[in-house]
Design a binder for this molecule. Sequence first.
Ligand SMILES: C[S@@+](CC[C@H](N)C(=O)[O-])C[C@H]1O[C@@H](n2cnc3c(N)ncnc32)[C@H](O)[C@@H]1O
Length: 263
Amino acid sequence: MAGTPRQRLDTSIPHPARVWDYWLGGNENFASDREVATLITEVMPDMPINARSERQFIGRCVGLLAGETGVDQFLDVGAGISNAGNTHLVAQKINPAARIVYVDNDPIVLIHARALMESTPDGAVDYLDADLRHPDPLLQAASETIDFSRPVGLMLLGVIEFVTDDTLALDAVHTLIDALSPGSYVAIASSMPSPGMRAAVDVWHARGGAPLVLRTPENLTRFFDGLDLLEPGVVSLPQWRPDTLTDYRDREVYQYGGVARKH
Ligand SMILES: C[S@@+](CC[C@H](N)C(=O)[O-])C[C@H]1O[C@@H](n2cnc3c(N)ncnc32)[C@H](O)[C@@H]1O
């Protein structure tokens, strides 16, 4: 990517990673991020719940993969700023030898990545400054840490909305899926259209935020084509295999997702 991370770090416009970090209760955000986050919650008060539901989904999903299925390698694209409940924290708690590659295209994520994403001695945590829209170089770089001849958990949480063109997004995701061996899993979550979400996106775009698109559950399901979608399918995140720690089960959460297995 052009420029050093600090040169690319423009704190005057809101960035998805930093706004998301704010809603998750983190400190890695600037005035422009907090301002737009506040404006968005005025039109969509449940927005922080979307972010927190996605974090909890990471916990249940990575818990299932690292625990029950024995997947010990994860490629987390659109990782965001490390926060409680990140993929490596969940996976390495279950399997200290787990290997995780995080990918994001936001320079602030890169700047904080090494400090925030510490591995266990037996496992590995790597970070790539790369872009979902360019999956081939992403895969090439990830293969330094991940062995693609063995199963991988591919995580695409809250990121496909930033690839607004459907064909480009489907092609990019399926290029990643094609590189996975049978027995791999794919988790995808994305924001859904609702009046509140549409108003939130309007605010986001008016303040110069990176273009994003809301996809319906049917549209999101197309990203799992060719895979075996696990029960209960593509659902509002708190409804995806909730456990005793799952919050917001009685709320309309417009962040949907699912998990599928490659056969
Ligand atoms: C809404 S946050 C989600 C963070 C985390 N996955 C979670 O679920 O809590 C979206 C993240 O995707 C990153 N992102 C957006 N477009 C991207 C792209 N084309 N390639 C890689 N990362 C991207 C943003 O920088 C941001 O960190």
